[in-house]
Design a protein around this ligand. Structure first.
Ligand SMILES: CC(C)(COP(=O)(O)OP(=O)(O)OC[C@H]1O[C@@H](n2cnc3c(N)ncnc32)[C@H](O)[C@@H]1OP(=O)(O)O)[C@@H](O)C(=O)NCCC(=O)NCCS
Length: 163
């Protein structure tokens, strides 16, 4: 479990036991999650496939929990360690309360201290203003613009991990 700046919000390693609630959350938030063209594959993933993904002992996948309820997911992707990618989503009814901000800050700190990460990158589809705002709020800067998305970067120099 990883604590965050919000006492009610924590990150927990996702495991097989979360498959049902994760699948349900994806189904309930199909429109919200695919609004900008992302997560189309995930919302169509069957419960069995989610269960087998979560039972594999690889990956840095975390549930975002408010008290004990799963409200979203955040992942570190070991693209080229010590450089990592970052992905995240919240259920629609969990947005607007700083939960994703708390989750990103906590996972960035975890990546720096526990994984020795040097850089974290995230790609945001054009038009996803909430995700861009979240990344800017947590110290990321836009470093490259592509046809469909902007790449954001956060350096994990020791002096900047408290941002
Ligand atoms: C991207 C996404 C996670 C952002 O969610 P979000 O709710 O905007 O982000 P947060 O949880 O950090 O909440 C920030 C909001 O809570 C408010 N807030 C309240 N308390 C807060 C606190 N303690 N700290 C920070 N913000 C707080 C902020 O003012 C902000 O409100 P605003 O949007 O009216 O400005 C969400 O829109 C989402 O899941 N989208 C679909 C999936 C997706 O696009 N994923 C990203 C792909 S790159």
């Amino acid at each position: 479990m990883i604590a965050t700046e919000q006492p009610d919000v924590s990150l927990q390693w996702l495991h097989e036991g979360h498959a049902g609630s994760l699948h349900r959350l994806l189904q309930e938030n199909r429109t919200h999650l695919t609004e900008h063209g992302d997560y189309r594959e995930q919302v169509s993933t069957s419960l069995d496939v989610i269960r087998s993904e979560l039972s594999a002992a690889n990956g840095l996948r975390f549930g975002i929990l408010v008290r004990d309820a799963l409200v979203g997911r955040i992942d570190l992707v070991p693209v080229e360690p010590p450089q990592f990618g970052l992905g995240y989503w919240l259920a629609k009814n969990a947005t607007g309360q700083g939960y994703a901000t708390a989750a990103v800050r906590a996972l960035v700190a975890y990546a720096a201290t526990e994984l020795g990460a040097s850089d974290i990158y995230a790609g945001v589809t054009h038009g996803n203003a909430r995700s861009e705002a979240l990344l800017r709020r947590t110290g990321f800067v836009a470093v490259a613009r592509f046809d469909t998305y902007t790449r954001f970067h956060r350096s994990l120099a020791a002096s900047s991990i408290q941002d």
